[in-house]
Design a binder for this molecule. Structure first.
Ligand code: PLP
Length: 378
């Protein structure tokens, strides 16, 4: 049989996590916390099960959850979305991205993405016959060059995908970036996917520039979010997509035959838990404390470091330690030093190697201390 996706290797997350287990290494590779989600939230989900919410949820999701999210988006970003028509609860942000692309991208359409990019964008675009136009963000700051964006737009460009706060670099878009995106997408009639899974993990007093804040932009944008990133439970795979009714109408046409609806008791639990904004409003400070602790622990190491501005990832430039490729360096670090990280070249255009590895600092203090001791020894 002819494969539809000839270029797809095993994901680097699977490779590095498996290597971490095999070599009994500390795992700072894949992006997940090594501490527990709030027991109150788990209790609310368990209660929803005992209360009997164990059959199919409505196709777009539990209406109470959709309403709570719309209220939250209104309060935080001053944006009006209609819970009845503009939002769908999904199996994580990954399904939201897949469905948004499936609903809009056809053979020959061009989709602009910024690399290093989260790894589900390109294969999904290819699956639906689209062509990926990669624009490499320049290290070490990884800020977008909007003139470059304008240059690659053709009559076939249908979509642009953005991600801020950005995985893996920790860069965040400024208000000016969003205004440029708004202008370009409007002038060229582009659909936008704004991957905002780290919306609450932002540091140093910056504010998250959600696409929802920009009225004209919001009218052409699917915003995707992940409860896993916000509530420390990535394994629940719960998220949502919010956008204008015209786009979400198309989104639902795919969603209803893809999954129809997602996990009902988790939706009920999240609807209840989300009434309290305490958790997510303090998430930035919570992770900033971890970032600062980690950076302080490795300040005397030989890595070159620009502090992450958002997400729970930090890039480390190892060019003064080794001239190995990032793949070889990361593999050796896992096998010999017992620390698993992610080499960045796999997410770059043409697999460009800039001697950068990514570490996840969503970890307990003892994990960060143990990892820092290894990094300092290099
Ligand atoms: C930028 C980005 N988008 C999307 C996702 C996927 O989120 P989820 O686990 O909710 O599918 C991730 C997860 O690491 C991510 O980093």
């Amino acid at each position: 049989m002819k494969t539809k996706l000839p270029q797809i290797p095993t994901s680097i997350f699977t490779i590095m996590s498996a290597m971490a287990v095999k070599h009994d290494a500390i795992n700072l590779s894949q992006g997940f916390p090594d501490f527990k989600s709030d027991p109150k939230l788990s209790a609310l989900v368990a209660k929803s099960m005992t209360d009997g919410y164990n059959q199919y949820a409505p196709m777009a999701g539990d209406i109470k959850l959709r309403e709570v999210i719309c209220d939250k988006v209104q309060r935080l970003y001053d944006a009006n979305y209609n819970a009845a028509t503009d939002i769908v609860i999904t199996a994580g942000a990954t399904q939201a991205i897949f469905t948004a692309i499936a609903a809009t991208i056809s053979k020959g359409d061009e989709v602009i993405i910024f690399t290093p990019a989260y790894d589900c964008y390109a294969p999904t675009i290819h699956l639906f016959g689209g062509n990926v136009i990669e624009l490499q963000l320049a290290s070490p700051h990884y800020t977008p060059d909007w003139d470059e964006v304008k240059k690659v737009i053709t009559s076939k460009t249908k979509m642009i995908i953005v991600n801020s706060p950005h995985n893996p670099s920790g860069m965040v878009f400024s208000e000016d970036d969003m205004l440029q995106l708004q202008h370009i997408s409007e002038a060229n009639d582009l659909i936008v996917i704004s991957d905002e899974v780290y919306e609450h993990i932002i540091f140093d007093g910056e504010i998250h520039q959600s696409a929802a804040r920009f009225l004209t932009l919001a009218k052409r944008t699917f915003i995707v979010a992940s409860f896993g990133k916000t509530f420390h439970n990535t394994g629940w795979k719960m998220g949502y997509c919010i956008g204008p009714e015209s786009l979400m109408k198309e989104f639902k046409k795919v969603h209803q035959y893809n999954v129809f609806s997602v996990n009902h008791p988790f939706q009920k639990g999240l609807a209840e838990y989300l009434q309290d904004e305490n958790h997510y409003l303090h998430l930035g400070a919570f992770y900033q404390q971890k970032r600062d602790l980690f950076l302080d622990l490795i300040k005397d190491s030989r890595f070159k470091i620009i502090p992450s501005k958002g997400t729970y990832f930090q890039l480390l430039d190892f060019s003064e330690i080794s001239n190995e490729s990032d793949m070889v360096f990361a593999e050796r670090l896992t096998k010999q030093n017992k620390l698993a990280t992610i080499p960045i070249s796999v997410f770059n255009k043409n697999k460009m190697d800039e001697k950068q590895i990514r570490v996840c600092f969503a970890k307990r203090e003892e994990t960060l201390k143990a990892a820092a001791a290894i990094l300092k020894s290099l």
